[in-house]
Write a protein that binds this ligand. Structure first.
Ligand code: ZN
Length: 242
C-alpha cells in the first residue's frame, strides 16, 4: 500500500511537470487551431462568392445575347410594319414588337441588377482575399513558433511520458483509474492532495481526526470526502523512509 502511495506521489509530480510544459506553450496551440479554422472558413466563403460571381456573369452574358437578338428582331418587325397590307398582319406584328420591347426592357433591368451584384461580389472577394492572405501569414508565424516550442520541450516531455508509463505499470488498475479520473477533472490536475494543517491540500476541506490517523498510517487509500482527491501525508512518509 505504501508503495502504491509513493507511486501516486511520483505520478502526480510528473503530471505537474507535464502541465507546466503545456502552460509554457500557453494559448499558442489554441491560436494556431483558431487560425487554421478561420483559413478554412474564409476559403469556403471565398469559393461560394466566386461561384456566385461566375454564375451572375454567365446569366448576364446570356441575357445580353437575348437582348441583342430581341433588338435585331424588333428592328425587323418595325420595318415589316410599313409593308403590311391587312389589319390582321398589322396586329400580329404589333404584338411581336410589344413582346420584343418587353423582353428588352426586362432583360436590361436584370442586366443592371446583375452588374450591381457582380460589383458587390467583386468587392467582397477582394476583401476576403486580403483577409485570407493576412491570416495565412499569421498562421505560418504562429505555427512555426509553436513547432519550435514543441521541439524545445519534446525531449523533456518524452522522458516524462516514459517515466509516467513505468509508474502507471506499477499501480493497481482501480487506483490509477481513480487518480486519472480526478486528475483529468480538476483544473489544477491534482489527483493526489497532501494533507496540510489537518485539511485537504486540494480543496482545503477539514479532515476529521480519525481520518488523519488513517492517512498517516498509510494502510489504506483515503479519499477527500469533498473533492475525491487521494490524500497523502508527506510528513509520515518522510518519517517512514528514515
Ligand atoms: Zn479535498
Amino acid at each position: 500500500m505504501r508503495d502504491q502511495l509513493e507511486y501516486l506521489i511520483q505520478l502526480q509530480d510528473i503530471d505537474n511537470q507535464l502541465l507546466e510544459l503545456r502552460q509554457e506553450r500557453g494559448n499558442l496551440p489554441e491560436t494556431v487551431e483558431r487560425l487554421r479554422a478561420e483559413i478554412e472558413e474564409t476559403t469556403h466563403l471565398l469559393d461560394m462568392r466566386r461561384e456566385e460571381q461566375l454564375n451572375a456573369g454567365k446569366e448576364r452574358r446570356r441575357i445580353e445575347n437575348e437582348v441583342e437578338l430581341a433588338k435585331v428582331s424588333l428592328k425587323r418587325y418595325q420595318e415589316q410594319l410599313f409593308k403590311v397590307t391587312t389589319n390582321r398582319e398589322y396586329d400580329a406584328i404589333s404584338s411581336e414588337i410589344e413582346s420584343a420591347k418587353s423582353l428588352i426592357q426586362n432583360g436590361e433591368a436584370r442586366i443592371i441588377e446583375l452588374l450591381g451584384r457582380e460589383e458587390e461580389l467583386a468587392a467582397q472577394i477582394s476583401t476576403l482575399e486580403s483577409h485570407l492572405d493576412k491570416i495565412k501569414v499569421d498562421y505560418e508565424v504562429r505555427d512555426a513558433e509553436l513547432q519550435e516550442k514543441i521541439a524545445e520541450t519534446s525531449d523533456m516531455e518524452n522522458g516524462l511520458h516514459a517515466r509516467r508509463e513505468k509508474i502507471v505499470g506499477q499501480l493497481a488498475k482501480p487506483v490509477y483509474a481513480h487518480y486519472e479520473r480526478i486528475h483529468l477533472a480538476k483544473e489544477d490536475g491534482m489527483g493526489v492532495a497532501q494533507v496540510y494543517m489537518g485539511a485537504c491540500g486540494g480543496c482545503f476541506a477539514a479532515i476529521p481526526p480519525q481520518k488523519l490517523m488513517e492517512i498517516a498510517s498509510m494502510e489504506d487509500f483515503i479519499l477527500c470526502e469533498t473533492c475525491g482527491r487521494i490524500l497523502v501525508d508527506a510528513d509520515s512518509m518522510e518519517k517512514e523512509r528514515q
